[in-house]
Design a protein around this ligand. Sequence first.
Ligand SMILES: [Mg+2]
Length: 192
Amino acid sequence: MKSAVFIDRDGTLNEDKQGYISKPEDFHLFPFSASAIKLLNSLEMDVYVVTNQSGIARGYYTLQDMEAIHARMHADLAAQGAYLTDVFFSPYHHRGVAAPWNVVHEDRKPGLGMFKKALQQYHFRISSSYMIGDKESDIIFGRKAGLTTILVRTGYGEQCWMQKRASWQYKPHFVVDDLLCAAQLIEKRERK
Ligand SMILES: [Mg+2]
């Protein structure tokens, strides 16, 4: 059975400077992201993006805006020979304004809704699969799902880890500089 890598979007795969990304022009992959995904592709692992997009519930942008951003994400990666198996997103937030997304929902990380959807659609071995992200919610998500968790220092990673890790109930298995370092760590473990 295959192994899978779950990857957070904002701050892990792409820059997360101004908060909510609402249009494709503002979406910028990190310069190393395509190399990282290509490396995972070469290991024949499934690669799923799992992203909280509460900006939809908050009324900052629409589902269609997000789809346009994801089209750019796929195109920018494909131009560099890198491919995502699938993208799962959560548009929910309980303090949002836009129905029907303004509710508490299991899909919002650290809830496991997106993990369960991936598990239903694809076959992968949980115990040899990974979660990579820049926030505590990514690590909780990965830990609860039974994945090996990797925190990256990009996005909010460095700040959260340095300032708040003492209070984290779930700690990452590994902390690395960025997504490429995470992919290289996975490669090393896969080739053992
Ligand atoms: Mg993030």
